[in-house]
Design a protein around this ligand. Structure first.
Ligand SMILES: Nc1ncnc2c1ncn2[C@@H]1O[C@H](COP(=O)(O)OP(=O)(O)OP(=O)(O)O)[C@@H](O)[C@H]1O
Length: 342
């Protein structure tokens, strides 16, 4: 268990002070994969760096497995830090060392013997799928491979916690997915708690079971991914959700009008928030409100047992019945907007 208790951090630059973290409280259970999401400058990196005391918080406690890291002396802190791995956006590998030597570095610093280093590095390179690259130098690796080396290095001292600072931000989408899968695999196989910071909701959705949202140095929301998406009216959360309008297919767009006229039906875009299953929603529209409909587009995903996403529906009932359906959306806090009539 990691308990972040009332952490604040102020930076001073040219006699100006800036509060990067403001009384942040957070509990992280062992085995969780927690995503910390926030805009640029929100304080994500500062928070993650406070957890292993790369930044010393102004006040508050960082309690890791029962010990408050802010109260430890230098050698005690060094010992605790060994059990907290960290990876970075730009990998931070040593270019003059081979893949094997990069991964071996923490073990060498720890004065491990050669036999142990050989066995451990071989095992770690196997976990990250890079046994065949042991003798390569970082310059000959792809971004994804470099991050795998960095992950292997971060695991060298058998950490219980892995901190990931924008670990996939420099990678393309496919490589991002493979690194996220590797992190999930490590979390499950090695029972390592993972804390990752990102500005991408897709990263959070891909692997995190808990989410914390940080804005201007304050924790503005935290909970399971399902809960965060369920209570999605917070402006910062909305900023991270795909709130762009759906594209209306060209056949509908051609005849789209802004006013209701005879023979035209409203195109209603809805945002599913987990309160109503899409299957039940369309069933209600048809059977309860007796409104025929067309599903023009739908981008729906299940997270846990709840569905989220968007759909564009054409309601083909009479004006009163269509209005009843829209009222039903409003009652269930389903964001909706009439995009036009076609
Ligand atoms: N060492 C420092 N000295 C002065 N100000 C700092 C320092 N580190 C961070 N800050 C400031 O603290 C604020 C939070 O920075 P931080 O890097 O934690 O944000 P972030 O959410 O990780 O942003 P990004 O996603 O852009 O990396 C920013 O305004 C930043 O300029």
């Amino acid at each position: 268990m990691i308990s972040i208790q009332n952490i604040s951090k102020t930076f001073t630059l040219k006699s100006k002070t800036f509060k990067a973290l403001d009384q942040v409280n957070m509990e992280i259970a062992e085995g969780d994969i927690v995503g910390i999401i926030g805009s640029s400058g929100a304080g994500k990196s500062t928070l993650i760096r406070c957890i292993n005391l790369l930044e010393k918080p102004d006040n508050g406690a960082i309690v890791v497995r029962g010990r408050d890291l802010t109260k430890l002396n230098a050698s005690e802190l060094a010992a605790e830090r060994k059990k907290i791995g960290m990876i970075f956006q730009h990998f931070n590998l040593l270019s003059s060392r081979t893949v094997f030597e990069n991964v071996a570095l923490p073990l060498e610093l720890d004065k491990a013997n050669k036999t142990h280093i050989q066995a451990k590095v071989t095992e770690l390179l196997k976990i990250v799928g890079l046994e065949h690259k042991a003798d390569e130098y970082p310059k000959n690796l792809s971004g994804g491979q470099k991050q795998r080396v960095a992950i292997a290095r971060a695991l060298a001292n058998d950490p219980h916690l892995l901190l990931c600072d924008e670990a996939t931000s420099a990678l393309d989408p496919i490589t991002t997915q493979s690194i996220l899968q590797l992190l999930r695999d490590i979390n499950q196989r090695l029972r390592i708690t993972v804390l990752l910071i990102t500005h991408e909701m897709e990263v959070v959705k891909a692997i995190c079971n808990h989410v914390a949202v940080i804005d201007h140095g304050q924790l503005v929301a935290k909970g399971t991914l399902e809960n965060i998406l369920f209570n999605n009216s917070h402006p910062i959360i909305r900023q991270f959700l795909n709130t762009k309008n759906m594209t209306i297919p060209s056949d509908f767009n051609k005849t789209l009008q802004s006013q209701q006229n005879d023979g035209l039906f409203p195109l209603v875009e809805i945002e599913l928030n987990g309160r109503v299953a899409f299957e039940d929603l369309v069933d209600t529209i048809y059977h309860h409100y007796k409104v025929p409909y067309k599903i023009i587009r739908a981008e729906i995903e299940y997270i846990g047992k709840k569905n989220f996403g968007k759909a564009l529906l054409q309601l083909q009932g009479n004006a009163d019945h269509n209005a009843d359906v829209i009222n039903y959306f409003n009652q269930h806090k389903i964001y909706n907007s009439v995009r036009g009539y076609a």
